[in-house]
Design a binder for this molecule. Structure first.
Ligand SMILES: Nc1nc2c(ncn2[C@@H]2O[C@H](COP(=O)(O)OP(=O)(O)OP(=O)(O)O)[C@@H](O)[C@H]2O)c(=O)[nH]1
Length: 427
């Protein structure tokens, strides 16, 4: 029989209220033992909780009895909304822990049970994980869509369409076994069905990256030594993240500084000034790292001569415009010292960043989801391009496997362990 688990699901004590959740077959008996009655399902009621071992009062709490399977975990659940003091929580937890069949939950164990009981698929779990980690409003919006199952439902409709197509393909195969003339109409319908499904899957592949949304849009500041990169980075993030000096070659390693601007998470990287030759071997390593950072950049702020820009889409910055004349410069004149041009620069940054991030009502996909959708698309394309019915049926089988991997029906145990252990206890 499954263990019944319990954990403090609200924040660190002391707090106004502490929510202790219990999930599993013993949730009902545990609640009965503490509150001496089982309240009507899904109705909040105020109860004196007593320690069943000696009858001593523990706390007066709002309790909820949530019989499964229509609960978040899919199991019977109880919720105790106690006073949020440390001793209250410790007392209630000790009483629960002393009951047969009850134990403390591991990190993410409630969610894992929800997943295993089919209440959430893997995509919704990932969305929930992002939602709990969300720090900007944009991260929250995209994570909520994923957690609410918008993407999961879309995949589910793909799965049904694929099952229909597979059934038709197997039927057409049976026909050809019997040496009958295969029904040309069926094959045409299969072909059209595969094509439209492949198109829908392809549309998802261009969704923005959830990693970028979570970790921040990577903005790399680059240019020759002493161009003013460190000063500009400090001005953008609003603190002294990088050392500023008039000695050329001051920044010798990459300095990363996260900042949220306009509700968008950015990760700014200051790099060593790029110059062709340096006698300083550490600076040379820094320059190599700067070049690597440029390759991984989503947005480049180039503070050097416009003609030397490392990428054609870089934002060209005429830096230190309070003392340098940038007449004829095609980019933005900016002075990190006086603040001139900073507003324009921030507006340009936000404009570029928005093109890389999900808009209102759009998903962001994790690498795992994108790879899964790409595998699905590959098998659908292969099925759509063959004239051999046997090959087609096999590709559709592989496509079904890709969908199962995408939803977590065919997830590997270690991948699941890793995912769930990233959650906090009580979730
Ligand atoms: N007047 C003025 N001086 C600036 C401005 N930005 C930077 N400086 C000065 O220029 C010098 C170099 O600035 P840094 O920000 O260290 O330049 P860097 O590009 O990071 O230099 P490296 O680390 O050597 O690559 C410092 O003395 C700064 O005070 C600016 O907007 N106006």
């Amino acid at each position: 029989m499954t263990d019944t688990i319990f954990a403090l699901s609200s924040g660190a004590p002391p707090a106004g209220i502490a929510v202790i959740r219990v999930s599993g077959p013993q949730a009902g008996p545990a609640l009965l033992a503490l509150a001496h009655r089982l309240p009507p399902p899904r109705m909040a009621s105020l109860n004196l909780l007593r320690d069943p071992r000696d009858g001593a009062p523990l706390d007066r709490a709002l309790v909820l009895w949530l019989p499964g399977p229509a609960t978040v975990s899919g199991e019977d659940m109880a919720e105790l909304h106690c006073h949020g003091g440390r001793a209250v929580i410790a007392g209630v937890e000790a009483a629960l822990g002393a009951m047969a069949g009850l134990r403390r939950a591991e990190p993410g164990e409630f969610t894992r049970r929800a997943f295993e009981n089919g209440r959430m698929d893997l995509n919704a779990v990932e969305g929930l994980s992002d939602l709990l980690a969300a720090e900007t409003q944009q991260q929250r919006r995209a994570a909520l869509m994923m957690a609410e199952g918008h993407f999961s439902r879309r995949i589910d409709t793909w799965r049904h369409r694929l099952l229909d197509l597979s059934a038709m393909a197997e039927a057409a195969l049976d026909f050809s076994d019997e040496d009958d003339v295969p029904d040309a109409q069926i094959e045409e319908r299969i072909g059209a069905g595969i094509e439209s499904l492949a198109e829908d899957v392809a549309a998802i592949l261009s969704a923005p990256s959830a990693e970028r949304l979570r970790d921040g849009v990577r903005v790399v500041l680059a240019g020759p030594p002493n161009a003013g990169k460190s000063t500009l980075l400090n001005a953008l993030v609003g603190r002294e993240a990088a050392i500023v000096s008039d000695i050329a070659g001051t920044t010798r390693d990459r300095i990363e500084a996260p900042a949220a601007i306009g509700g968008i998470a950015f990760l700014f990287t200051d790099t060593a000034g790029l110059r062709e030759s340096t006698a300083d071997s550490i600076e040379a390593i820094g320059i190599d790292r700067a070049r690597a950072a440029l390759e991984g950049a989503d947005i480049i702020l180039w503070l050097g001569p416009p003609q030397d820009t490392p990428r054609s889409d870089a934002l060209l910055i005429g830096a230190q415009c309070d003392r340098v004349d940038h007449a004829g410069h095609p980019g933005l004149a900016v002075s990190a010292r006086t603040g001139e041009g900073m507003e324009n620069l921030v507006a340009a940054l936000l404009r570029q960043a928005r093109t890389l991030l999900p808009g209102e009502g759009e998903y962001a996909l994790h690498a795992r989801q994108r790879e899964g959708a790409a595998a699905l698309h590959r098998h659908l394309s292969a099925a759509g391009h063959t004239t051999d019915l046997l090959v087609l049926a096999e590709e559709l089988r592989q496509a079904r496997r890709a969908i199962d991997a995408l939803t977590g029906r065919a997830g590997t145990e270690d991948m699941l362990d890793r995912l769930f252990s990233g959650f906090c206890i009580g979730k």
